[in-house]
Design a protein around this ligand. Structure first.
Ligand code: NAD
Length: 244
């Protein structure tokens, strides 16, 4: 039986997901790098994992698509028996004032985050329950907790992710499975480039007056996945330079 510790990271072709894949591989996990469309970027993540002395593989599926995710997760589960970590990182934003927001902008953001959570977490959880161990970390946002103009869809999705994770943590604690959330503030990735507010304006509302780095999130994820966090479950950990 294949006994290497396995971590699955969704949306790991760039940004926080890529940093998390590299971080978890340095912590000894074989990392499964999920991507939706950009195979070259996912391959670059895998290269960074290899360069750092780790190992892993890439796998394509859209987390919001039930059939694709089912096939993708089945192929992972058939080949890897010791899945210890799941990081639900895939996410999108489509900002705009609610009164102008199209149905597609509403649905795509909610579906990526919440259908994605359901589609990926449920089959992986089944495997974790069999082995009576596991850590699930989902990447939410400061937007779930602090109101922000133009982000009703994103805030609703991320607040739902927080609530779903906390509820799930109470169901699976008895199986030795911990479920936590990280809620980053503004982080230097492609996503922030899509937010229709100038970086200088964003910095004004951050007490530390700077944008965070992906590694400042991935290190907390690595901690939450580790035995050092063995008594932490059902929590939403803010990583936001002091925004409150
Ligand atoms: P990013 O846009 O660089 O990365 C998002 C990743 O998710 C990409 O690799 C993308 O391809 C992937 N993805 C999107 N939809 C997908 C789907 N349907 N299936 C599979 N993969 C999909 O941005 P990021 O900042 O690295 O975002 C990572 C997470 O962090 C997201 O959940 C985001 O909401 C959250 N977040 C980001 C910030 C920030 O300021 N960057 C702040 C708070 C929370």
């Amino acid at each position: 039986m294949d006994e290497k510790k396995v971590a699955i990271i969704t949306g790991a072709s760039r940004g926080i997901g890529r940093a998390t894949a590299v971080e978890l591989s340095a912590a000894g996990y074989y990392v499964i790098i999920n991507f939706n469309s950009n195979e070259a970027a996912a391959t670059e993540t895998l290269k960074q994992v290899h360069d750092a002395g780790g190992d892993g593989e890439i796998i394509k599926f859209d987390v919001a698509d039930s059939a694709q995710t089912k096939d993708g997760i089945s192929s992972i589960v058939e080949r890897h028996k010791n899945i210890q970590v799941l990081v639900n990182n895939a996410g999108i934003n489509a900002d705009g004032l609610f009164i102008l927001l199209g149905e597609e902008e509403w649905n795509s953001v909610i579906d990526t985050t919440l259908k994605g959570f359901y589609n990926v977490t449920k089959p992986i959880l089944r495997e974790m329950i069999k082995r009576k161990c596991g850590s699930i970390v989902s990447v939410s946002s400061v937007s779930a907790l602090m109101p922000n103009r133009g982000q009703t869809n994103y805030a609703a999705a991320k607040a739902g992710l927080n609530a779903a994770s906390r509820a799930l943590s109470t169901e699976v604690a008895r199986f030795g499975i911990r479920v936590n959330v990280v809620a980053p503030g503004p982080i230097e990735t492609d996503m922030i480039a899509n937010v229709p507010i100038a970086i200088t304006e964003i910095k004004k509302i951050i007490p530390m007056a700077r944008i965070g780095k992906p590694q400042e999130v991935s290190r907390v994820i690595r901690f939450l996945c580790s035995d050092d966090a063995s008594y932490i479950t059902g929590q939403v950990i803010a990583i936001n330079g002091g925004m409150c």
